[in-house]
Design a protein around this ligand. Structure first.
Ligand SMILES: [Zn+2]
Length: 149
């Protein structure tokens, strides 16, 4: 960082000194005045250039984030946290590990994707695998235990 700043100052000085000497040789103006003017002009131009490129970069980052959010919204699932069971909307990608931090409790969760292949005309009985049927079975079992069966 400091090296870069020093390098920039040296380059700016060399350019303004060369320009100042040329200015004196060609137009017979005061060399020091020319050097100082060129130095300040370069600083000003670089400041404006940096400001513009930084704001362009910010705009580009914002566009990229918006695009990414749109992409995620197309491929996301509502997953319940493994710790507190609160629902989180999580982007799912096939090319990387899917992990998320719970919005409610902040604990890390991993998502494992179960892919089922079936014939096109075949009806699959997904009900047995779903969380709601699991909960129903659990409630039924609890009631049976309470009734002493
Ligand atoms: Zn949680």
């Amino acid at each position: 960082m400091l090296k870069n700043i020093l390098f920039s100052i040296i380059i700016t000085s060399v350019v303004s000194t060369t320009g100042g000497l040329l200015c004196n040789y060609l137009l017979e103006y005061n060399t020091i005045k020319c050097i100082v003017t060129l130095f300040v002009l370069q600083l000003l131009v670089f400041y404006i250039w940096n400001s513009i490129s930084q704001s362009l970069l910010l705009v580009r980052i914002e566009q990229e984030q918006t695009k990414q959010a749109e992409y995620f919204s197309q491929q996301g699932v509502e997953a319940s946290c493994a710790y507190c069971k609160s629902i989180n909307f999580v982007p799912v990608r096939m090319d990387q590990n899917n992990e998320f931090q719970c919005d409610a409790c902040g604990k890390p969760n991993s998502i494992y994707i179960d892919i089922t292949v079936a014939q096109k005309a075949q009806l699959i009985d997904k009900e047995q695998l779903s969380v709601s049927s699991y909960m129903k079975d659990k409630i039924d079992a609890t009631e049976r235990i309470q009734q002493g069966q």
